[in-house]
Design a protein around this ligand. Structure first.
Ligand SMILES: *[C@@H]1O[C@H](CO)[C@@H](O)[C@H](O)[C@H]1NC(C)=O
Ligand SMILES: *[C@@H]1O[C@H](CO)[C@@H](O)[C@H](O)[C@H]1NC(C)=O
Ligand SMILES: *[C@@H]1O[C@H](CO)[C@@H](O)[C@H](O)[C@H]1NC(C)=O
Ligand SMILES: *[C@@H]1O[C@H](CO)[C@@H](O)[C@H](O)[C@H]1NC(C)=O
Length: 498
């Protein structure tokens, strides 16, 4: 199912991009050239008409708001622009419909609720964004310049403090914010929500969002799956911190099956939209759930993160995601990771577990899969299969990541069991047919031993060690680990002789 949905999403991606590019390349005659030139010699006043600064005054979405008009000083007062508070600019991206999508309303409402005093301004460049993708890309530069003009003007007229300005840009809008930050230096913060990849990946830093564009640039990457050399969301890190939820590629709840159950059937573009737009919804979540902060952890790559190696908060190695992110200027292009739930509240709980797996008897070829279940003071988890990329290392210490969606409270107990590949039903049946007796007898002799599990909770940074009374496990058996008593030392067990 997953594979199929990916294939379909890639086809849609291909369709959209090819459509854009081919339409552009199809008619390289004089008309097109004229048209291209036109869009670059466009009268600045005309262009201005296409970029509007809609200041949101009430939570009522039907309220038209008020337009800030650079050059018209009275519009500042009319709109009730307040220089002593934060100014938050929200910038949309490329649009196929030419209209605001529903995420815009959600984001605006969440920003207004969180910062009720702030000046919330929607940068409306729909006319310039409702074009073939490459043309919309070409307009990002001018829209950025126009925003810079607005900010300069506000500085001049009402002494706007640039460090109080926070621009939030989605997709192409992130690069628009980047250009704005290039033209006016000293902006406080830019948040890039899955900044667009096509035509920006690998571009020089002044031609895309970069850490030079604001005092703090934080980026959420949610749809960075490459296809044919392009990815809808930019893959490379382009901020001070770059957060890749769920590895930045496959978002939970966005598979074709999940999406079709909620969207109009057959609309495969929804799958792509779900993952690209997830950045916005994670940001909205961070605005609304102030008490349920999600943390991301610095790591060199998704594979190491999946192994649970990177759950440290020392030396600013972790940060809260979205609106609550702490300014971290010392780092650039710092990649951070976390896992999330499929829906709001997106935050969950990360645990790093380490256990030494001893191969006690005839288990050299066991290729085991481990399952853990966590018991907490509030709740328990289901059986979770332990994902160890290269397989469980025998006679080695294995590190892995366990993610729970529910808050289980304080971790009290862990149960552990393992199964070999031959324990699945299909192979059991196969063996039943061939050599049941030899299979079952050889199987019973395989024994692994785990004496203790060391656990670190990412969210609390607390560390515990869990010990077991009985430490040897055969396939299918379950062993329970409890918090070790103080000073508990596992004595080397006497070798059992069979
Ligand atoms: C601007 O905001 C400040 C802080 O919230 C408030 O005290 C002040 O009255 C506001 N000024 C105007 C003109 O609304
Ligand atoms: C973007 O504009 C430049 C001129 O500034 C032009 O050379 C280029 O072809 C345009 N690109 C696209 C994809 O339209
Ligand atoms: C692990 O060590 C035991 C004895 O120390 C040995 O018999 C067994 O073959 C080793 N297994 C692997 C997979 O190295
Ligand atoms: C415990 O977790 C389950 C899901 O694993 C959830 O359905 C249930 O509501 C949780 N109970 C409490 C008390 O949080």
């Amino acid at each position: 199912m997953v594979e199929k949905s990916i294939r379909i999403a890639l086809c849609s991606l291909c369709f959209i991009l090819c459509h854009s590019f081919s339409a552009l390349a199809a008619a390289p005659d004089e008309n097109t050239q004229l048209k291209d030139e036109d869009s670059f010699t466009v009268d600045p006043v005309l262009l201005h008409d296409q970029i509007k600064y809609n200041m949101r005054k009430s939570l009522d979405l039907d309220d038209d708001g008020c337009y800030l008009q650079p050059g018209k000083k009275e519009s500042i007062e009319e709109c009730g622009f307040n220089t002593t508070v934060k100014t938050i600019l929200i910038i949309h991206g490329w649009t196929m419909s030419g209209m605001f999508e529903s995420w815009m309303h959600k984001l605006v409402a969440a920003v207004q609720r969180r910062e009720s005093e702030a000046n919330v301004v929607v940068v409306d460049w729909l006319g310039l964004a409702h074009q073939l993708y490459p043309d919309a890309v070409n307009h990002t530069h001018q829209v950025g310049q126009s925003i810079a003009t607005l900010l300069d003007w506000l500085q001049e007229e009402v002494q706007l403090q640039l460090e109080d300005v926070h621009m939030i840009g989605y997709s192409l809008g992130a690069h628009v914010a980047g250009y704005a930050g290039t033209f006016v230096k000293g902006i406080g913060r830019i948040t890039g929500l899955d900044p667009a990849g096509p035509m920006f990946e690998g571009a020089e830093s002044h031609k895309r969002l970069s850490p030079d564009d604001a005092d703090f640039v934080d980026v959420l990457h949610t749809y960075t799956r490459g296809a044919l050399g392009v990815s809808i969301g930019i893959q490379e890190p382009i901020g001070h911190i770059d957060i890749y939820p769920n590895g930045g590629d496959v978002q939970p709840g966005c598979s074709l099956g999940d999406v079709l159950s909620t969207a109009a059937a057959g609309n495969f573009v929804e799958v792509m939209k779900c993952e690209h737009e997830r950045a916005v919804h994670l940001f909205v979540d961070s605005l609304m759930n102030k008490d349920h902060v999600s943390y991301a952890f610095q790591c060199t790559g998704p594979d190491r993160f999946k192994k649970g190696i990177c759950l440290s908060c020392r030396k600013n190695r972790c940060n809260s995601i979205g609106y609550n992110a702490k300014k971290m200027r010392t780092r650039r292009n710092s990649k951070m990771y976390l896992k999330t739930r499929a829906d709001t509240p997106f935050g969950g709980y990360h645990y790093q577990m380490k256990m030494h797996v001893f191969d006690r008897k005839k288990a050299d070829d066991a290729d085991p899969t481990f399952y853990v279940k966590l018991y907490g003071s509030h709740n328990d988890t289901e059986d979770v299969s332990v994902d160890i990329a290269d397989g469980v290392g025998l006679n080695l210490t294995n590190t892995f990541l366990v993610f729970t969606e529910e808050d289980i409270g304080e971790l009290l107990k862990i149960s552990l069991r393992w199964e070999g590949p031959s324990d699945s039903w299909s192979s059991v049946l196969k063996h039943l047919r061939s050599s049941f007796w030899s299979w079952s007898s050889s199987q019973n002799k395989k024994v692994l031993e785990v004496r203790r599990i060391r656990v670190k909770a990412g969210e609390t940074q607390k560390k515990f060690t869990f010990c077991a009374e009985k430490t040897e496990i055969s396939p299918g058996q379950e062993v329970t680990f409890l918090k070790c008593r103080d000073g508990w030392e596992v004595k080397p067990r006497k070798r059992l002789h069979y």
